[in-house]
Design a protein around this ligand. Sequence first.
Ligand code: NCD
Ligand code: ZN
Length: 341
Amino acid sequence: MSQITTFEINEPLDMHLHLRDGEMLKLVGPLTSNTFSGALIMPNLVPPVTTKEAMLSYKERIKEACSGDDFEPYLTLFFKDDYSYEFLEDVKDDIIAIKLYPAGITTNSENGVSSMNIETLRPTLESMSKLGIPLCIHGETNGFVMDREKEFMPIYESIASNFPDLKIIMEHITTKDAVELLDKHENLHATVTLHHLLITLDDVAGGMLQPHLFCKPIAKRNEDKEALLNAALKAHPKLMFGSDSAPHPKHKKECCGCAAGVFTSPIILQVLTELFEENGALDNLNAFVSLNAQRIYNKKPIKKTIKLVKKDFIVPAIYEAHGENVVPMYAGEKLAWSIEN
Ligand code: NCD
Ligand code: ZN
């Protein structure tokens, strides 16, 4: 059998991305826009993005930071349970979704919802449902860290069955339970990250502690990783790629009280190609990294073909510019595929 040495990905989409703001945005923005056609941008800035003005001006700053590339940022709002129908109607054509965080569950989520009580959420979710605005959820309780996502499953189920017309995306799923839930409710979808297809808790904390692999939700057991990987490799039609690439400066990761977030943007397409190739699933990669998201979110992304070549790529130890820095996953390591310039 002849060895594959090149591979093309069309219109790659990252449906869960943290671009931050200010100098960090200028550093990390181009590390996505140079290879992706579009990305769904998380609203957990400080303060969070909750108004039309804040959202539109953030979009302008992203476009400015990524101005050298053909790239579409898809903006989101930070969920609040007192958004009026009129406000949502006015903003709906400018956003792709609204992101709900339980309060305090992850980085910059202090202003999230303090209770997942369905009656408290009902007015906003009803408006979103009527207006066709998808709901992205960070699905973790504040229980024991390994059980937080599993404990959230009944909440996903209750929202899914109470609002059958609401499109719900379970963000960055990390468990076998979440993969199984996808097939139980028509209106449930999910994103999965690159790192959760590759690592378990053992890689984070089984040996010397690896701060650059520490994120929320924490990586789980091997059987969870296998379930996620199988779903990704077959391009499960309700599963999309969303990196959750979440940059924090080196001094906030390599310290006592490490911030949660793995920075993967510059290595995603190379590592996905290697992973799908070694599992004989390259034919499904375009669906996983683009077509599924196009169908679920009903978007036609900017045309962009990224060519990968089987040639070593040494991941930089650190990315630095504009007075900011960030250490990527696999820093200093050798990857089998590179992006052709
Ligand atoms: C994200 C961040 O740093 O903004 N961190 C993370 O560990 N994934 C927030 C999030 O998506 O949970
Ligand atoms: Zn995230």
